[in-house]
Design a binder for this molecule. Structure first.
Ligand code: NDP
Length: 480
């Protein structure tokens, strides 16, 4: 069986313990590879390699760092088919989605920061003609990056790219549920000639190897994407050590559909916003609020299109909804569907697991589910499910929908559907969320600040925000 290896000091090696964890293909439920079960010893090795590489990498010119990164980006593009297939098998997402969305975005992440670093400049603050301040931004040192299983290579590179572009050396941990593309990525870095130790990838379990990284006293910044509970645990350990922290956490995103929306376009896009990647994108809309005057019409059209989504083998081109990433998550999503029923919800479609014919009969599949009849404060509407489950409810006024939409502890993203521009601006300003999409969803410009409010996170990624996070700002004041 294929063994995934750690990437430390420019080499692919087994974990010190020589222990491995089974890695499952969620579309069949079968173990198909082995992932290192690393621990604090491997983190220490990775740290030592990164620390050794730092003096040279941080002194390497931005232009030379950029050149290596551009080679990495080119190699991602060249290996698109292999990476997309690996991601689909590892995570359960439709192959076409990995090929058209996720892997090209991983390439774009590296390319974006490889070029951004060449334009990164600092501020100067002259004090009349008697002094001048300038801000010197220097890399931090050895930084830690931890990413989740839903968009594996996409989110992994989203952190690593700005970190190494800014001159840091990195110890990174992908999710143990989806380690394969991070492993292939380490081979790409070797082929591209990334100097050894600049990036070190340590695979394994979060509470074991992730927590060892967070607790390491010399890894002084942590960029984390994952669940809110894990983020709180990381903050608990890291805060007393005064580490720099970027936390991108969970969401419970509302979708606000006003009666004056472009009806057909909205139905189609809201289906996409709800069920892309099996609803396993932190930005998916999971609470759908529809203005009462179009509620019944919208519900009928929406449910009709959701029922038409083909659930099945992620490798087939007509599959729209693939497998849930793991058995544990599959059970969690089903338990929330049970909760929705207990709380009085009516299942309009889906609500059950399904076994596609053929090779995927033993995989983890759930029919896209739409639930009606729940109050906005019940657990189903307050807690993150992170699967193909959406609730719908009617509203009468703008004030009412804002109140319902803002009622959760989360504040990551939302989408608003209206042709009234004034209303769109007004609602956007009042939404307590880090991202507001008007008449679109998941339209991303990598220069914009990305992140959540409330329990959806602390800090922002993307563009200059990411490069600022991965550098220390020093004020130098010169008296004339
Ligand atoms: P988790 O929080 O369970 O895990 C995220 C990562 O942290 C994994 O690599 C995990 O390892 C690791 N980890 C777990 N425990 C610890 C620990 N104590 N110390 C350090 N690292 C640890 O999230 P999921 O992987 O389940 O991902 C889903 C969550 O991610 C959802 O809540 C989703 O909303 C959120 N998310 C947020 C995004 C955003 O941009 N705001 C984007 C995408 C997802 P292991 O897998 O081995 O447990």
């Amino acid at each position: 069986m294929q063994k995934i290896l750690n990437y430390i000091n420019g080499e692919l090696i087994e974990p010190v313990s020589t222990n491995f964890i089974e890695n499952t293909d969620p579309s069949t439920g079968e173990v198909y590879s082995l992932c290192p079960d690393s621990d604090a010893q491997d983190i220490e090795l990775a740290y030592q390699a990164a620390e050794k590489a730092f003096p040279i990498w941080s002194e390497t010119s931005a232009n030379d760092r950029s050149k290596v990164m551009l080679k990495i980006a080119d190699l991602i593009e060249k290996n698109l088919d292999e990476l997309a297939l690996a991601e689909s098998i590892d995570q359960g997402k439709p192959l076409w989605l990995a090929k058209n969305g996720e892997i090209p975005r991983a390439q774009a992440n590296i390319h974006f920061f490889a070029t951004a670093i060449e334009h990164y400049a600092s501020e100067a603050h002259p004090m009349g003609n008697h002094a001048i301040n300038y801000t010197l931004r220097t890399p931090i040192g050895v930084v830690g990056c931890i990413s989740p299983w839903n968009l594996p290579l996409y989110l992994f590179t989203w952190k690593i790219a700005p970190a190494i572009a800014a001159g840091n050396c990195v110890v990174a941990k992908p999710s143990e549920i989806t380690p394969m593309t991070a492993y292939l990525f380490s081979k790409i870095c070797m082929e591209a000639g990334l100097p050894k130790g600049v990036l070190n990838i340590v695979h394994g379990l979060g509470p074991k190897v992730g927590s060892a990284m967070v607790a390491h006293k010399n890894i002084t910044a942590i960029s984390f994407t994952g669940g809110t509970k894990t983020g709180a645990e990381i903050a608990r350990v890291a805060a007393p050590m005064f580490k720099k922290l970027s936390l991108e956490l969970g969401g419970k995103n509302p979708t606000l559909v006003f009666a004056d929306c472009d009806f057909d376009k909205t139905v189609k896009e809201v289906v996409r916003a709800s069920f892309t990647n099996q609803g396993e994108i932190c930005l998916c809309g999971s609470r759908l609020y529809i203005e009462r005057s179009i509620y019944e019409k919208f519900k009928t059209a929406f449910v009709g299109q959701v029922k038409a989504l083909k659930v099945g083998d992620p490798l087939l081109p007509d599959t729209k909804v693939g497998a849930i990433a793991s058995k544990m998550h599959f059970d969690k999503v089903l338990s929330y569907i049970e909760l929705a029923k207990e709380e009085g919800g009516t299942i309009l479609c889906g609500g059950v697991s399904t076994n596609p014919e053929g090779r995927c009969q033993t995989g983890y599949f759930i029919e896209p589910t739409v639930v009606e009849g729940l109050g906005h404060l019940c657990r189903t509407n307050q807690e993150e499910i992170f699967g193909p489950v959406v609730t719908i409810q009617a509203f009468d006024t703008e004030e009412e929908v804002l109140e319902m939409a803002n009622s959760t502890d989360y504040g990551l993203a939302c989408s608003v559907w209206t042709e009234n521009l004034t209303k769109a601006h007004r609602v956007a300003a009042k939404m307590k969320s880090g991202i507001v999409w008007i008449n679109c969803w998941l339209l991303r410009d990598l220069r914009t600040p990305f992140g959540g409010m409330k329990q959806s996170g602390v800090g922002r990624e993307g563009g200059w925000e990411a490069l600022r996070f991965f550098t220390e700002a020093k004020n130098v004041c010169i008296k004339m």
